[in-house]
Design a protein around this ligand. Sequence first.
Ligand code: SAM
Length: 281
Amino acid sequence: MGTTEAAPSHEPDVHYDRVHEAWRLILGSEFHYGYFVPSGIPLVDATAALTEQMLQRAGITPGARVLDVGCGTGHQSCQLASEHGAEVLGITTSGTGVAAATELAASRGLATARFEQRDGTANGLPDASFDVVWALESSHLMRDRKGLLSESARVLVPGGRFVLCDIIRRREIPFLEVRERRDEFALLRSVYGDAHMLPLDDYAAMLTEVGMEVDDLTDISDETLPTFAAWRANCEEHADEITRLIGADGLDEYVRSTHVLEAFWNDRTLGYGILRATKPA
Ligand SMILES: C[S@@+](CC[C@H](N)C(=O)[O-])C[C@H]1O[C@@H](n2cnc3c(N)ncnc32)[C@H](O)[C@@H]1O
C-alpha cells in the first residue's frame, strides 16, 4: 500500500458507503438474511419472509409512528409506510444510505417515510415519540448495545413495541479458539465491518434492565442458514459487475466469508435470533 493511500476503514458508515452498490447485487434490495420457510424459496422471497417475521411481532397499525434503526437503503421503511400506513423515520449512520433511501421514498411518492443520518445508540430524538422501534439486522454493528436498547426504550410510548432480529453468538468462544481462528475473524471483519455478536439472552437481560418486558425470543438459525448459498449464487451470477465495484479480491473475500459464516452456523458458534419487547403501559 502506498503512503498516500488511506487504510480501509472499518467504521460502519465508511464501510457501508464503500460496498453499498456491490452488496445490492449480492444481497438484493433488502440488506439482510433470508428466512427460508418453506425451504427452497428464492432469496428475494426469503428476505421478504424475514421482514414478515418482524411485521408479525411489531403489529404495526395505520398511523403508527415507527423508528427504523439502521434503515439501510430504506426498502423496509418504505414498505412499512406504503403497505402498512406507518409514519416512518429511518435512521442510519451512512450518508449514502440516507441519500438512497430518500430517493427511493421520493420515487414512490411517499411523504410518510423520512430519513435522517443519526446514530441508533444516541439518537437525539424526543422521549416517547414512537409506537414501534424496529431494528432489522443493524444491532451487531453497534458496539454500544446497551445504548441502542436504552435509547429505543426511551423513545417508545408506554405500551410501545421494540422488535429486533440479528446475527447472534450461540456459545462462548474460548480465547485459544479466537486465536486459532483469527484469520476467519479477520476475514469477516474485512467484509462486514466491525461487528459484535451477542447471545439472545444478553439482549433479553439488557432490555429487562432498561425497563422493557421481553415477550418473545426465538432462535431462527436453521431457517436463515440457506442464505449463504444464495449469496454465493448471486456472486457467481453478477461476478463481472461486482468485480468492477469492489475488485476481484473483494469478490473473492466475500465468497470466502460466506463459507466461514456457514461453518460458524453449522458448528453452532453463530446463528440468528429475533425478539420482541414491550414498554410497560
Ligand atoms: C445490514 S444493514 C441492515 C439494513 C436494513 N435494516 C435491512 O435489513 O435492509 C445495517 C444498517 O445499520 C446501519 N448502522 C450501523 N451502525 C449504526 C448506528 N450506530 N446507528 C444507526 N445505524 C447504523 C448501517 O449503516 C446499515 O444501514
